[in-house]
Design a protein around this ligand. Structure first.
Ligand code: HEC
Length: 152
C-alpha cells in the first residue's frame, strides 16, 4: 500500500516537472526557450554564427552557408526582441494569422517538424516575449516596448 502510494507520488511529481509552461510569467529563457533554441535554431544561429554586425557586413556569404546572426545567449536573443532590432524575432517567427496577407515569418518553419510542434513552440516564444508585436521603432510606443518581458 505504502509502496503504491509512493509510486503514485513520484509519478505525479515527474508529471509536474515535465509539464510545459502554463502561466505566461513562468516562461523563462533558461527553462523553456533555450532548449527549443538549441534544438531548432542553433544549427544556424549558434556559437559559430557571426555577431549581427559581422553578419551585416557579409550577408550574402553567410546566407549561403547558411548562417544567420548569432543568437545563442539570452543577451543576444533579447537584442532581436526589444532593442535595437525591435520586433525582429516576432516578425520572423510569427504564424501570420493576425496579418492581412496571412504570411508567416520566414523562420516560422523552423519552430517544429509539424503544425502541432510549431504551434506549441510559438506559444512558448509568445509567452516569453509578453508583448508579441510585429512593429518596428518608431511606431512602437515606450509602453509597448516596456511590455516586452523576455525573462532569463
Ligand atoms: C537553416 C538555417 C536556419 C535555421 C534553422 C534558423 N535560421 Fe534564422 N536565419 C537564418 C539566416 C540565413 C538568416 C538571415 C537571412 C534572413 O534574414 O532571412 C536568419 C535570420 C533570422 C532572424 C533575423 C535576424 C535579423 O537580421 O534581424 C531571426 C530573428 C531569426 N533568424 C530567428 C531564428 C529562430 C528563432 C530560429 C529557430 C526557431 C531560426 N532563426 C532558425 C537561418 C536559419
Amino acid at each position: 500500500m505504502e509502496a503504491k502510494l509512493r509510486t503514485g507520488l513520484w509519478a505525479a511529481l515527474a508529471m509536474l516537472a515535465s509539464a510545459p509552461a502554463a502561466a505566461a510569467d513562468e516562461v523563462r529563457y533558461s527553462t523553456h526557450i533555450r532548449p527549443i533554441f538549441e534544438q531548432k535554431c542553433a544549427p544556424c544561429h549558434g556559437g559559430d554564427a557571426p555577431e549581427l554586425g559581422e553578419f551585416n557586413r557579409d550577408k550574402e556569404r553567410y546566407q549561403k552557408i547558411p548562417q544567420g546572426p548569432k543568437m545563442d545567449t539570452h543577451a543576444h536573443l533579447v537584442h532581436f526582441t526589444g532593442w535595437p532590432d525591435t520586433g525582429a524575432l516576432m516578425r520572423r517567427l510569427d504564424d501570420g494569422k493576425g496579418k492581412k496577407d496571412g504570411k508567416p515569418g520566414n523562420m516560422h518553419q523552423y519552430l517544429g517538424a509539424d503544425d502541432a510542434e510549431r504551434r506549441a513552440n510559438l506559444a512558448l516564444f509568445r509567452a516569453w516575449v509578453g508583448n508579441w508585436t510585429l512593429k518596428r521603432l518608431p511606431e512602437l510606443t515606450k509602453e509597448e516596448l516596456a511590455a516586452i518581458r523576455v525573462k532569463y
